[in-house]
Structure formats: C-alpha cells, structure tokens
Design a protein. Structure first.
Length: 164
C-alpha cells in the first residue's frame, strides 16, 4: 500500500513526504520531480506544450506509480482534478490531504516563483485554486491532516500514527 500526499501547492507534500519516507524506509516519489526529470522545467513545459500536455503526462505517471507498492508519493496540486488519477492512486494507496489556510500557503510559497498556475497576486491565485479544488481534495482523501502551525515532523508523525 502506498501513502499518497495530496493538497494545494505549499501544503508541504514534498517536504513531509521526504521525511515520511526516511521515517518508514519507503521509497519517495514526487510526481512533479519525475515529470521535470522527463520533460524539463514545468513552467517551460506549460509555456511550450500547454497544461493539457502536462496533465496527460501526469495521468500516465499516476497509472505507472499506482502499480508499485510501498511508496510515499507527493502529487502535484492539480493531480486530483482528474478522477482517473484519483481512481488509479486509490487502487493501491491511502490518500492524505495536507490542508492549510491560504495565508499559510502564501507564506510558504512567496519565494517560489516557478509555479506556472500561481503567477500574479499569490494569495488571490491560491484562493481561487482552493475554491476550485477544495471539494475535490476532500472527496479524494482517506485522511485529512491540518498543517497550519505544525512542523513537518509533527505532520509526518500524525500521518504515520494514522496509517501504521
């Protein structure tokens, strides 16, 4: 069974996932990192080939990694917008929604200019994305962990206690 971290950009999926991987001895897979390794910078990919191409490759990757076992997977923020991705990841995974307030997300992301869907007013873009995706995260998740005010160790420990 895989542990699949879902949530908004800045929720801590990669950071918590890396720590959870070390804690549990499971292999860590970050879907955005895999796609970057395959296709180059995600912002450039969005510009050159469009979001549709990126989402299609993301779907292929979800199918690919969902067939593996014993992984900690950090997904991209929009992965759950496609129900086929959710279905694939749920086949062999526990989906954990790392939830945080927009203000928390913005403070974590203010030094990260490379996210293609967050150009412009960061808090406003996050608010719009959260409105668009919030229910999808809730429906996809087996477990919700609120990360506001928690360090990565506390979040990883909560997850491990809930799934162990």
């Amino acid at each position: 069974m895989n542990v699949v971290l879902i949530g908004m950009p800045g929720a801590g999926k990669t950071t918590v996932g890396q720590l959870l991987s070390r804690m549990t001895g499971r292999k860590f897979v970050d879907t955005d990192e895999v796609l970057t390794a395959r296709f180059g910078d995600i912002s450039a990919l969005f510009s050159k080939k469009g979001e549709g191409f990126f989402r299609a490759e993301e779907k292929n990757l979800c199918r690919e990694i969902s067939s593996e076992d014993g992984l900690v997977i950090a997904t991209g923020g929009g992965t759950i917008c496609d129900m086929e991705n959710v279905t694939a990841l749920r086949q062999n995974g526990t989906l954990i929604f790392l939830r945080a307030r927009v203000e928390t997300l913005a403070s974590r992301l203010k030094t990260s200019p490379s996210r293609p869907l967050l150009h412009g007013n960061l808090e406003e873009r996050l608010r719009l994305l959260q409105e668009e995706r919030g229910e999808k995260y809730l429906r996809a998740a087996h477990l919700i962990v609120d990360t506001d005010g928690l360090g990565i160790e506390a979040v990883a420990q909560k997850i491990w206690e809930s799934i162990a």
